[in-house]
Design a binder for this molecule. Sequence first.
Ligand code: FE2
Length: 152
Amino acid sequence: MTPVIMVETIALIYYNAIRKATNSSVLKTICKQILKDEVPHIRFQYERLAILHKKRGHLLLKLTQAIQRTLFFTIVLAVWCGHHKALRAGDYIFKKYWQAAWKKMKFAWERMNPQLYEWDNKYDLENCDFQQEQSELLFDELIMRKKGVQNG
Ligand SMILES: [Fe+2]
């Protein structure tokens, strides 16, 4: 389940890149729909993972997190190696891609960590406007909102 959420997180960047790179309105529409669909998928995954890890001891949870970070590091690099042409065409230079990937995954990790998980719906995806142009932005907005909550 963990690799799935990682791949779906990177898919947000990938389909956003394709959306930006293409001149085809059909492909743009498909990408927008995929982006829109991916956000609730990611939410579903991090919620399930938070529930699954709830009874995990502190040490085992730390080990799980370390393995996840190593795995994500590998996946982010592998996707870049395989798809850098498409990503570059969509304005993602390596640094931007790397930062976007970790930012999104950090958001998901925060939510899948049973110790940090808030278990409230106040800032959940359901309350957001899905009519927005793209879920990639929506996802960024959510990250900022969540941070705003923590800072304030
Ligand atoms: Fe998905």
